[in-house]
Structure formats: C-alpha cells, structure tokens
Ligand binder design. Sequence first.
Ligand SMILES: [Zn+2]
Length: 456
Amino acid sequence: MDKINVFICYGGKWTQDNEYTSDKMTGIVVPMDCTYNHLECMICSVMKVSASTQRVKIQYRVKKNMPLMEISDDISLTFYLELKRKDKDLASFPLCINVTTFCEAVTDNSVTSAQKLPSMEEIAIDVYNNMSEVGETTDEGGSDIISMVTMDGISKDKVFKNKTMVKRSISIYAIHNNFQFKVSKSNKKEYVLKCIDDKCKWTFRASRLGGTDMFKVRYRKNVHICSNNIILGDHPQATSSIVGEFIMYKYISTKTTYTPADIISDMMNTYGVSMSYEKAWRSKEKALELVRGDPTESYEKLLEYLYMIEQTNPGSFTKIETYQDNKFKYLFMALGAFIQGWKYCRPVIVIDATFLKGNYGRTLFTACTQDANKSIFILAFGVGDLETNDSWEWFLSMLKEAYGEREGLCIISDGHASIKNAIHKVYENAMHGLYSYHLLKNLKSSFGGKKRGRRK
Ligand SMILES: [Zn+2]
C-alpha cells in the first residue's frame, strides 16, 4: 500500500502574510487510503493532544499569494494526498496545526489559553453568589454547593448542584439507614418525601433555588417512629443506578469477579435489601458503565488504539473497515512480533472463529500456528459480524496482506462452508485441511447412533 511522508508544524501561528511561524516540527507516515478521522488521531497522538477535549485545525499553504487550504474531511484529505504524491519535493506542503478546545471552537478559531474558561462549578458558584431570592436570606457561602452524591450533606439549608444529586443522595441515605420513603411531590421546583409508613413523621423537602438548577434542603424531620420490620423486602430506593454506584468499586480491578448473585447476597446482608436477579444484573451493568464508560463510545477509540499499536510494536499490521455511515464493520490486527516469528514456523495456519459475549456480540476470528516448541503461536486476531463468506474473505485477505504466501502453505479449519469458500478465493495455492477433532465429532454425530453389540 502506498504511504506518504508528511511533515507536521505545530505550536505556532499564521501571520497576516500566510506564513506559519513555528519551531516545532515532526513527521508522520500517512497511507494513501487514510481517512480524515485516522489522520486527526495520528496528529493528536504525535502532538500529545486529547482528541476528546480538543480539536485540531489542519491547514497548508499551496502558494505564497493563495489562500490557505484546510483539511476538514475525507475529500479534502484525498486531494491533499494526491497533491503530495505528485510532488517530488519531500518537504513540500507541511501540515500546519492549530489546536482549539471545544468551547472555543464555537466562537473563536484562534488559539487562546484554555485555562481562561471557567468551569461549570465556578459558573454555578458565581450565579449562586450573585443571586437574590425573595423572602430568603442567603447567608451561606457559595462553596457549600454539593456536586457529588453524599450522605452527610442532606441536612437543612444544604445546597445541591441539581435535583438529581438530591435524589441520589437521599436514596443512598435511605438504604444505608434502613428505611424507605415515598415521593409526595416531585416537579421542577420541589421535591417532597415522606416515610413509607403513614404513621411515621419523617419528612424531607427540597426546592429549587431562585432561577438556577440548584436545589436547597428546606425542611427535614429526621425521626422515625416506624417499625424496622417493614424495611425488609424490595427497597424502592435501591434502583439499579443507585446500587450500581454502591458497588462500582468492586469492578475497578478487572481481576475481581463480582456476580449478580454476589450483589444480591451483599445487599441483603449489609442493608437488608432484597433484589431480583434482573435488578442485580442491571446494577452490575450500571456499575461497569460508571467504571469503564459506555461501550458504544469505546468503538470511537479504536483508531487511536490501532495507531498506538503500530507505534509501540513496529512492523505491526492493523486494519479497520467501516460501513458507509462510519459504523464499525471489521477489524484486523497482527503484531510485529507475530509477523517476524512466522518465518521460523512451519507453513501451517490454523484458523477459527468464536462468538463474543459483549454488548454488541460479533465474532472473534483467530489465526495461529505452532512454534518449534510445539506451543501455540498467535498470528492474527480479527473481529467481524458473523461467520459469513464476506467476513472470512476479508479476514483471510488481510492475513495474506500481512504475512504474504509461503510455499507448501496449509490452512486447517473446521468444516464451515464460508471458510472453504474464502480459502479457495484468497489462497488459491494453499492446501486446506480439517481438524481431526471436528472430523471425529462429525463422524460420531452422523454415524454414531446408539451403541450396538460388537460384531465379530
Ligand atoms: Zn419512618
């Protein structure tokens, strides 16, 4: 595949004469079929800029008196790469980068210091300090705003960042203190709770502060006269989100196994709260999302991940394929060490696929061989949708691109029809064999039948 060396200038500014003044320069190797997103990731990586909070503006100059050109999508990138390919001068058309944070990008494209932007917290405190409320003496300090789930802060006059924070804090408080409440009023302005036992006097009231989103605790009668007996059972405040927050620390280490059954037993033993298996399972999902983030978003990081694999494992071969609407389709990965070791192995490749258990299912494709110690030697991994002709053909053609073809090559697989089709198409000269294990299993299932008496 064709690749092009591109010089990157950064940390500077464009002058009025369209000259880019900078003393920082680096270089990247860009494949001819590179997408805009991939280029952006590569630039962010070499500049050590976070692609999630900052945006890069990629520009170059064609001639002195011409306006600047900008690369902002796949079309403008293809034009640039063609221009570079036709030009003999290696250092021509360096890409000049300006970095903007997302907030600035809306109003101003020039580079300014991100530190000048106040945080949401500061804005909230500012609004709170400058606020005058009718019939209310605001003598509290602005720093009292509670922006995290807390059990200590729900006493009278405490101010929460928003209603959600009040709801979550009081729910956790109720679970910890073995009581249940019911909502007697809940709207944009007010949040009033009562104990689940009508005879009990426990009451809690919070309401909105002025024209802000903040909520202030107005009244709290904290004495229960209800019986503790009614607390046992399914706790309405123990929602999956709240329990998820309780247990998220259990999932910080990937080595810990904490199953829905463990959640059920811990919630019962610690708080006397009984839970259904479904709720425990949902709580686990919520906790995992809190710790690891949304699995959908992790797909966005694949390009960066593959780029870093190529940087840290020289000689690696990675490829990602997307649908037209940029959704994930296939992925292929062969590390540099695998590729180097292949020439010392026998020319036998074993391929197989298995389903993945994650949120989005899909299929994991693998290729391996045996080294001189008769140990398994991995060659490549791939991820695709299902075991279809198309996905196997894509995986095998990537394998061939990464490893080439060897004389006397033999590919071993199970009897899946798609594999047979793909091997004949991609590796025309290779032998194709079946696993003896699968063959035996098929023989048994087709001709095994019931055990009969031995014939002589
Ligand atoms: Zn009560």
